[in-house]
Design a protein around this ligand. Structure first.
Ligand code: PMV
Length: 359
């Protein structure tokens, strides 16, 4: 598929008003996307688990208007929110050629998250994917054509990508690949695709406990972070490594090799942080408690012959990943040893999910 396939040429703009609502989840990358080209094209492929409990619920009401200016109001958790406006304005500018009807309507966007606002969890993946899905539902009503489920999901992912790269991996579940990679036949730089190979039962209902080490604003925005990969002395090797890791991960997901899974996932997280530490300017995004948690996870894994592991986004919070079979024991460990390192003892229990839902 090419960009041309997503251009909406004609639609019936007689529809006066309406309303659509979607719930869309966050996702956690196992192979990390870090570095991008123009138009949110990833510098390397990534794969993520779609989550279940951390999600954004967005209702979009639309009514016909005069004039061609973008027009929208945003409400976050019931209150009018000005802070989100610039991001949505930019999103609309980037996607208008694919959904030209956005100039014909006024939109009331009412959005809320199931996770606490100031949890340090980025809501851009769930937020932008929910918005993209609402626009796709409106497009479906306006175009009259019944496009296939797969076209709908691909275009939703394509639009979400233009809002925030990793958001394109939040449309479907349970594993989504984004970025062209030789070993995943339908993979594309333009949108995320569901990982369709058989997944070993070891990875069914995989658990993710998100330990909130630092609930503050991100120290480095991902926009700035991605840019630091341009001209980074190690970037070419890193991009190649992500390709190799994805090819291997594909086999691991099939054969259920948890030991290798743990190695690849942790190495990916540490590599992402290593890239930030070795860029110019350089950053340390982990906090002392991040390291405490990592060391305790390593000791616990060794002492209990466990398959627990960690991954990190571009921040200090720790995602603790483990098989369903270890759920009880690992939560005992988290409650007895790790909560002490979380801000106000807060963590979120999540699990791999099946993707966004129309409400
Ligand atoms: O989608 P962005 O531009 O916020 O980038 C997110 C990048 C990471 O979360 C660090 C990794 C990933 O693949 O999700």
């Amino acid at each position: 598929m090419t960009v041309q396939d997503f251009i909406l040429e004609s639609y019936n703009s007689d529809l006066e008003k309406g309303s659509v609502k979607w719930s869309s989840p966050s996702n956690i990358a196992l192979i990390k996307y870090w570095g991008k080209k123009e138009n949110q094209i990833p510098a390397n492929p990534s794969i993520s688990f779609t989550l279940s409990n951390c999600k954004t619920i967005t209702e979009m009401s639309f009514s016909k208007k005069e004039g061609k200016e973008f027009s929208f109001d945003v409400y976050f958790e019931g209150e009018k929110n000005e802070a989100f406006r610039p991001k949505i304005q930019t999103f609309f500018e980037r996607i208008e050629s694919y959904v030209p009807f956005i100039r014909d309507y006024h939109f009331k966007i009412e959005t809320s998250n199931t996770f606490p606002h100031s949890s340090g969890i980025a809501s851009s993946a769930s937020g932008m994917s929910a918005l993209a899905l609402c626009l796709m539902s409106i497009e479906r009503s306006l175009s009259g054509a019944e496009e296939s489920e797969s076209y709908f999901n691909r275009k939703a992912s394509f639009l979400a990508r233009l809002g925030s790269g990793s958001a394109c991996r939040s449309i479907e579940g349970e594993l989504v690949v984004w970025g062209k990679n030789e070993s995943v036949s339908k993979s594309s730089d333009l949108f995320g695709v569901k990982f369709e190979d058989t997944v070993h039962p070891n990875f069914h209902e995989y658990q993710d406990a998100i330990l909130l080490v630092d609930k503050g604003e991100k120290q480095v925005s991902s926009t700035v972070g991605h840019k630091l990969m341009l001209g980074h002395p190690f970037s070419e090797n890193r991009f190649k490594q992500a390709h190799d890791n994805l090819s291997e991960m594909k086999e691991v997901l099939k054969n259920g090799d948890l030991k290798r899974f743990v190695e690849i996932v942790e190495s990916e997280a540490l590599t992402l942080h290593a890239m930030m530490m070795t860029s110019m300017p350089y950053f340390i995004l982990m906090k002392p408690n991040t390291l405490e948690i990592i060391n305790r996870i390593w000791s616990y894994r060794q002492q209990n012959n466990s398959n627990i592991c960690f991954t990190l986004d571009a921040g200090a919070n720790v995602h603790v990943l483990f098989p369903k079979a270890e759920q009880e024991k690992v939560y005992d460990f988290i409650n007895s040893e790790l909560v002490a390192f979380c801000q106000n003892g807060h963590y979120i229990c999540d699990i791999v999910g099946k993707g966004a839902i129309k409400l």
